[in-house]
Write a protein of this length. Structure first.
Length: 332
C-alpha cells in the first residue's frame, strides 16, 4: 500500500506545478514538508520491509538449522529416553522387590532370634534342673556309701556274734562235760545237753532272724538307692540328650542365621551397586538434558526477542499507516 502511494506523483514537478496556482506560499511549504516527510516515511517503510523480509528469511533459515523440523532432529533420543524410563521403572520394581525380600529376611531372622531365645531359655532351664539334681545325686552317693559302711559294720557285728556264740558254745560244752563227770559220781540231774541245744537253737534263730532282717533292710535300702540312682541316671541321660539336641538345633540355627546375614549383605551390596549404576545413568541423562534445556531456553529467548522486534516493527508500520491516512485526509 505504501509502495502504491509512493508510485504516484507526490514527489514530481508536474503535481507541484498543477497545484501552485491553487495553494498559497505557506500551504506550499506545508505540502512540501509533508511530501518530504511522506517520502522519508515511505523510504523507512521500504527499508523496514526489506529488513523484515531479511529477518523472516533468517528466522526460516534458523528454524531449518535449529528447529525441530530442521536437520537437528531429536527424535532418535526418544528411544533412548523411553528405554531409560523403562530401565528406571524396572529398577524401581527390582528395588521394591529387594526391599520386600529384605523385610521378609528381617522377619525370618526375627523369628529365628525368637526361636533361639526360646531354645536358649529351655537350655538354661535344663541346665538349672541338672544343677539342682547334682546335689541329689551327691546325697544319694553319700547315702549309698553310708549304707555300705553300715552293712560292713553289721557284717563285722554278725561275725563277732558268731565268734561269741562259738566261744559260749565251747565254754558250755566244757561245763557240760564236767557236769557229766559229776553226774557219774552223783545223782542224775537235768539234761544239760538239751538245754545247750535249746540255747544254741535259740541263739541261731535269733542270729538268723537278725541276719534276715538286716538283709531285708539292706536289700530294701539298696533297691531304693538303685531306683533313685537309676531314675537320676535316666533324668541325667534325658537331660544330656536334650542338651545335645538343643546344641545341634542351636548350631543349625546359627548356621542358618549366618547364611541369612550373608544373603542380606549380598542383597544390600547388589542394591547399592544398582543404585550407583542408575545414579550414574541418571547423571548422564541429566548431563544430556542440561545442554538441551539451555539450547531450548536460548531458542525461546531469541524467539521472544524476535517477537518483540516484530511487534515493534508492526507498531511502527501501524503508526506509519496512520500518518499516511492522515496525510491522505489532508490531501483530500
Amino acid at each position: 500500500g505504501g509502495a502504491g502511494v509512493s508510485g504516484g506523483s507526490f514527489g514530481s514537478g508536474g503535481f507541484c506545478g498543477g497545484i501552485v496556482g491553487i495553494l498559497s506560499n505557506d500551504e506550499k511549504l506545508t505540502m512540501q514538508s509533508l511530501n518530504e516527510r511522506l517520502a522519508s516515511y515511505l523510504h523507512t517503510v521500504r527499508n523496514l520491509e526489506m529488513e523484515n523480509v531479511q529477518l523472516e528469511q533468517l528466522i526460516r533459515e534458523w528454524y531449518q538449522k535449529q528447529g525441530p523440523t530442521g536437520t537437528k532432529d531429536y527424535s532418535h533420543y526418544y528411544g533412548k529416553i523411553e528405554d531409560l524410563q523403562n530401565q528406571l521403572v524396572t529398577a524401581a520394581v527390582e528395588t521394591n522387590r529387594v526391599l520386600l525380600d529384605l523385610d521378609n529376611t528381617r522377619m525370618t531372622a526375627e523369628d529365628f532370634r525368637i526361636k533361639y531365645e526360646t531354645e536358649y531359655g529351655l537350655r538354661q532351664n535344663v541346665e538349672a534342673d541338672i544343677n539342682s539334681l547334682r546335689p541329689l545325686l551327691d546325697n544319694l552317693t553319700l547315702s549309698r556309701s553310708d549304707l555300705e559302711m553300715q552293712f560292713e559294720s553289721l557284717k563285722e557285728e554278725m561275725i563277732d556274734l558268731k565268734k561269741n556264740h562259738e566261744e559260749a558254745m565251747k565254754s558250755l560244752q566244757t561245763q557240760s562235760s564236767g557236769d557229766v563227770n559229776v553226774e557219774v559220781n552223783a545223782a542224775p540231774g537235768e539234761d544239760l545237753m538239751k538245754k545247750l541245744n535249746d540255747m544254741r537253737q535259740e541263739y541261731e534263730n535269733i542270729i538268723q532272724k537278725n541276719r534276715e532282717e538286716v538283709e531285708r533292710w539292706y536289700e530294701s535300702k539298696m533297691e531304693e538307692v538303685s531306683q533313685q540312682v537309676h531314675s537320676s541316671g535316666q533324668e541325667v541321660e534325658s537331660s544330656n540328650q536334650q542338651i545335645s539336641v538343643l546344641r545341634r538345633d542351636y548350631q543349625s540355627l546359627e548356621i542358618e542365621l549366618q547364611s541369612q546375614i550373608s544373603m542380606v549383605q549380598s542383597l544390600q551390596s547388589n542394591l547399592e551397586d544398582t543404585e550407583r549404576r542408575y545414579n550414574m545413568q541418571l547423571q548422564q541423562i541429566q548431563c544430556m538434558i542440561g545442554p538441551l534445556e539451555e539450547e531450548l531456553a536460548s531458542i525461546r529467548c531469541e524467539m521472544e526477542s524476535q517477537n518483540e522486534e516484530y511487534k515493534m516493527l508492526l507498531g511502527i508500520k501501524t503508526r506509519l499507516e496512520q500518518e499516511i491516512a492522515q496525510y491522505r485526509a489532508l490531501l483530500e
